[in-house]
Design a protein around this ligand. Structure first.
Ligand code: ZN
Length: 266
């Protein structure tokens, strides 16, 4: 099922207390005309269970079932996909930057990185990655930090934090559930003196990362609206979110094929 967020109609969603809140986050923003776009394909073979396009500046979320693989496509290149993970059945257990980095003894996220929870357990594992390194130190932009860093005139621009809050609200979560995040496709080098850089990206149209769910995981993404530094190449572009079930292929099951029961003379 494919869905695309478009239009400027305010989105309303229920709150945990039984009320309703209208999101102020605009959706359906448009990237620069003529931007090269590559929608790519899943990095892992399997039956497609979800194929969404996230408009520039908009939030997104989905539950990825255990064993399924989410491929995130950087459709326009150099587009930061800020991301949070929660155990779908117990959101109190959620993504943890320090657990993830301490267990692997490396500051960067690459193929093989196990994305761990605040309990130290595996939520998801990076199974394929088409840029050198992915970031999980740079954090998420937001109205308050933008105002502090770039001036009071940017206070009405929404950031990833506002996207996270809007999407979390649709899932019964709130501000106390927002923690440090992943930044897919964002270039945040750790410099020789230990300082972090937020510099021009190293991704490109159609570059992908694939993560396998090690249990049922709620994935929250903000298609980053930041326009005050180069993290989105000053041209926010769409993201494609593809979830496949590797255990199933169109027209049959992989296990049957692997076992030779689909054999014959084809
Ligand atoms: Zn952002």
């Amino acid at each position: 099922m494919a869905t695309t967020r478009t239009g400027n109609t305010p989105v309303t969603f229920p709150t945990a207390s039984g009320g309703t809140v209208a999101s102020t986050v605009p959706v359906g923003a448009v990237h620069a005309p003529g931007s090269p776009l590559d929608r790519g394909a899943s990095l892992v073979e399997g039956a497609v269970v979800l194929d969404d396009t996230v408009a520039p500046n908009a939030p997104w979320s989905a539950v990825v079932r255990r064993g399924h693989v989410l491929t995130i496509v950087d459709v326009g290149g150099n587009q930061s996909a800020d991301c949070l993970l929660y155990d779908a059945d117990d959101p109190e257990e959620r993504y943890s930057v320090p657990d993830t980095l301490a267990w692997q003894g490396n500051a960067y996220v690459r193929t093989g990185t196990v994305l761990r929870s605040n309990e130290g357990r595996a939520l998801m594992t990076v199974v394929a990655n088409e840029i050198d390194r992915q970031d999980t130190i740079g954090g998420a932009c937001g109205k308050e930090s933008n105002t502090l860093r770039y001036g009071h005139h940017v206070m009405f621009q929404h950031g990833c934090r506002e996207n996270f809050l809007a999407e979390a609200g649709r899932r019964g979560l709130g501000v106390r559930d927002l923690v440090s995040n992943l930044n897919w496709f964002m270039n945040v080098p750790v410099e020789a003196d230990g300082a972090l850089g937020i510099v021009d990206g190293m991704s490109a149209p159609g570059r992908r990362v694939a993560v396998r769910a090690d249990r049922d995981v709620l994935v929250l993404v903000s298609n980053c609206p930041q326009m005050n530094n180069p993290c989105n190449d000053f041209n926010p572009t769409p993201l494609r979110m593809l979830v496949v079930d590797p255990a199933a292929v169109a027209g049959g099951t992989r296990s049957a094929a692997a076992a030779g029961t689909l054999g014959g003379t084809a």
